[in-house]
Ligand binder design. Sequence first.
Ligand SMILES: Cc1ncc(COP(=O)(O)O)c(C=O)c1O
Length: 396
Amino acid sequence: MHAPPPVDWPSIRADFMLAPGEIYLNNGTWSALPRPVFEAQVEWMKSAEANPTRVGAARGGEALWRVHGLLAAYLSCAPADLVFHVNVTQALNQALFSYPWKSGGEFLIGSREYGALVNASKEAARRHGLRVRMLEVPAQPACEDELVAGILAQVGGEARGALLSHVTTGEGLVLPVARLAKEFRARGTILVVDGAHAPGLVPVELGNADIDFYGGNLHKWFLGPKGAGFLYVKQERQGVLEPRAVGWGGTPRDAVPDAQRFGGARFPHVFRIQGLHDFSAFLALEAALRYRASLGEERIRARVAELVAHARGRLCGELGLKDHSPKGALHAGLLSVQLPEAWRGRDAGARLYERNKITVACWPMPQGGPLVRVSPGICNSEDDLDTLARAIQAGP
Ligand SMILES: Cc1ncc(COP(=O)(O)O)c(C=O)c1O
């Protein structure tokens, strides 16, 4: 086999549609979309408009199943255990609210979880008669064993379920979710994984893991269109999940409408088409997979790691900013640093954009300057990170 040709990473910026001068360092919220993926999505929309009924529905139907299969292969799971969702919030709401949690125990929520899913978990727990308890997760554990032991020490016999991210939103802490799920299961606790940041950033291999519920986004690091996410449910949990919107796919108790597909599995049908909507974001995932393959899956991940290391060197090494992210294999994609005291009370996000057209995520902190979360993607170059460092050094 020939080694793939080297990628000239700075030139990859031309694949994206960012306006000239924009320094987009917030790929952890929404990544910039590669042009070939955008064009594939627009093509689908155009073909649907040529005759929405004949072209859109007929072609979209089979193509959607094909993309479904391709995504399952990417996530190393059976297509029968996967359904599309527009985002991870919707995907995990489906799992959290419809799983018949046994009342009277606890639901654990990791201390670094994303607010929307903290809200969803609390409400699902309330409706199922579960007490909520926070599971402390350190931002900067020394090693994986310490992290796992610290988490497991907090999981008692009363815990029916727990919500943890695969990669945390603030500091990019990578949790060994497969290892944790196995340990949780041995303790009778079902792990619900928020994989918002994982696909495209770290390997996601679901089929052989003991993970029961895993929701993910494809509009972040995967470089898919906005409005593309998924829910994976382990086979033995599927029969009890009621769809939040019942459509043509019926319920888990109805006959399988298409016995040929995926070994006659019912789950993908129940959750697939809950009314007509625009499927183009899902359909264009095939183009996203093609784009990723053209650059090399591992090389994309390595490039993001290289950019994060560069950012860390400039911001924490040279400027001496406080690093809030973990290191080594426990870290990916999202670097959180705290700005100096001079920035306290300042809207750093607005300032950096007004002055330098830099987009980053920022949060005020109870003490000291605000936190800046830098999430570079392959649309960025080292120059973008150097400009950020200079802008921070210049002060508010
Ligand atoms: C860890 C995490 N979970 C969930 C979400 C929510 O994603 P969405 O709004 O696309 O559902 C985010 C968004 O940034 C996130 O960072």
